[in-house]
Design a protein. Structure first.
Length: 284
């Protein structure tokens, strides 16, 4: 060791060195790569959980907007306008089943039809954030593009969520619609309680790329219930291994065989999940 003239001691062994050796650099790089490899999955999982939480917040906003709508509309929740069916879209996805359509653009004998439907009736009224109908973890739709279409008002727009239009529970012979305070029973005779859930559709026919329409890769779902709480549950499925789609999803073969029945089953599963295990829900 020797005095360096600046009030400190310098080891002669290191005096002539100007940097790291190649081996030392490789060791440092290897350590950094190892740390990155350990951290990336953790960060990815954290981002996924954050998007799942934001999705739940979106559903809570939609729930509050539904309740505000019901207060203004004598207890009735938003449904499609009662102006009859014009084609497959309007007739098949009318009040008898759930839907993720929020704006409908169609043409019939009377001309163009451009109108908000379902959850779309809330936008600009009870719902202040027009982004709420779009899940941040939507694997197929681009919320920015859908918002642009919604503002343009000349093309049909779908949200990221299946909305259960509560007229589905009403007897067609009844004059009065089902109201929030008394949701009636579902197709299995259970008390209806689920209002909204993540959209998950698996293209099990192996069609064109991008056929899957899922949120959270189909593995988990957020469900909004009539008491205002949102539950996050496992769907027991994923895009990589969809199987039968899980408790809260549709597959292409199920949809084409009987879409109405599958909608009923999915929402029965959701109702049952509020009190127990969705896997124990009765099969219709």
């Amino acid at each position: 060791m020797k005095w360096n003239g600046f009030g400190s001691v310098t080891c002669a062994r290191w005096a002539g060195r100007s940097g790291f050796t190649l081996i030392e650099l490789l060791v440092v790089i290897s350590i950094i790569a190892l740390l990155i490899g350990l951290l990336l999955p953790v960060l990815g999982a954290a981002r996924s959980r954050a998007r799942l939480l934001t999705c739940a917040v979106n559903q809570r906003q939609l729930g509050l907007a539904m309740f505000a709508y019901a207060v203004e509309e004598d207890g009735v929740l938003p449904v499609r306008p009662d102006d009859g069916a014009t084609n497959f879209t309007r007739g098949y996805f009318g009040p008898s089943v759930g839907t993720n359509v929020i704006f409908l653009h169609e043409t019939d004998s009377s001309g163009d039809i451009d109108e908000a439907v379902g959850l779309g009736l809330l936008i600009g009224r009870q719902l202040g954030d027009e982004r709420a109908p779009f899940c941040p973890d939507d694997d197929s739709n681009d919320p920015t593009e859908e918002l642009a279409n919604l503002r343009a008002g000349n093309v049909s727009v779908s949200s990221s969520y299946y909305y259960r239009q509560l007229d589905a529970f009403a007897d067609p012979a009844r004059d009065e619609p089902v109201r929030l305070a008394s949701l009636d029973t579902n197709a299995a005779g259970l008390d209806a309680s689920a209002l909204l859930m993540d959209r998950n559709f698996f293209d099990t026919y192996g069609g064109a790329a991008g056929g899957d329409k899922t949120n959270h890769r189909g593995a988990e779902v957020n469900l909004l219930y009539a008491d205002g709480h949102v539950a996050t549950l496992s769907n027991d499925a994923s895009v990589s291994e969809p199987g039968d789609g899980g408790h809260f999803a549709f597959t292409a073969d199920q949809a084409f065989m009987d879409l109405r029945a599958r909608y009923d089953q999915v929402f029965v599963n959701a109702d049952f999940a509020a009190q127990g295990d969705a896997g124990d829900a009765p099969e219709l």
